[in-house]
Ligand binder design. Structure first.
Ligand code: NAP
Length: 246
């Protein structure tokens, strides 16, 4: 795989899966810009370690997202890869759910993905195409109690991926989705220990995945090695959704 001479934007690149994507992309030769929201210290570490450039940009701020894409395009003359990775959970049983939390999850996970995708479409067309990779979740495929808000956002991201892919493929923009299962990051670190134990038992490989395993799949989809892959959902879940309940 090679991402030399590619300009990439990775949302939520300061921690977890996004941070690994930034590292892998930089190692493959890409010029990488990444966003974060609050954790300035982690963003600074990523800049120092991998030579990527951090931009503080909240997923729900459409004008800031548009300005960021314009700035990157003006500086680099192209935007070749977008990874819509930033995401949050706010798990709760639906009957108890706070609708403001619900809206926040949809805003960050779904609307943010839409704003970023819209902002890069034209620059990608001017730069002779590109690749957009949307980070979804197994929650967008199967029912998980307590995750109605997250599931709605990620299921919508998958549907959005397919329709956008059909629309922009003739303009040489490939849109695909990655569906991680349970991956070891800050997001899963907050799961209660007994739920974590039960979850591991449901995974065919009997372990959580690593951010690197998701990042390498993302890099493949971003690279020319995936030149004929369009509108697909690649599941990286250690067999969680493919195997039976036993
Ligand atoms: P994480 O460790 O919690 O990291 C989240 C990243 O998103 C951080 O860089 C964070 O930056 C950024 N972010 C959060 N809210 C933001 C906002 N409003 N604006 C801009 N950036 C924001 O999460 P992760 O586990 O790496 O998850 C990455 C993606 O994979 C998410 O879309 C998640 O839904 C998906 N996913 C994860 C798992 C898993 O098991 N971990 C499974 C399936 C899908 P700050 O620290 O600055 O806020």
């Amino acid at each position: 795989m090679d991402l030399k001479n590619r300009v990439a934007i990775v949302t939520g690149g300061s921690r977890g899966i996004g941070r690994k994507i930034v590292e892998v992309f930089c190692n493959l030769g890409a010029t990488v810009y990444f966003t974060y929201n609050k954790d300035e210290q982690s963003a600074g570490e990523v800049e120092q370690l991998f030579g990527a450039q951090a931009i503080k940009c909240d997923q729900s701020e459409r004008p800031a997202i548009e300005r960021t894409v314009e700035q990157v395009y003006e500086k680099e003359n192209s935007v070749d890869i977008l990874v819509n990775n930033a995401g949050v959970t706010a798990d709760n049983f639906f009957a108890l759910a706070n609708l403001d939390e619900w809206r926040k999850v949809l805003d960050i996970n779904l609307n943010g993905t839409i704003y970023w995708s819209k902002a890069v479409c034209k620059p990608m067309m001017y730069s002779d195409g590109g690749a957009i990779i949307n980070m979804a979740s197994v929650s967008g495929l199967v029912g998980i109690p307590g995750q109605t808000n997250y599931a709605a956002s990620k299921g919508a991201v998958l549907a959005f991926t397919r329709s956008l892919a059909a629309e922009v493929a003739p303009k040489k923009i490939r849109v695909n989705a990655v569906v991680p299962g349970f991956i070891d990051t800050d997001m899963t670190a907050k799961m209660p220990r007994d739920i974590k134990k039960q979850s591991v038992q449901k995974i065919a490989l009997k372990r959580f995945g690593t951010a690197e395993e998701v990042a390498k799949t993302t890099a493949f989809l971003a690279s020319d090695d995936a030149s004929y892959i369009v509108g697909q959902t690649i599941i990286v879940d250690g067999g969680l959704t493919a195997t039976s309940v036993f």
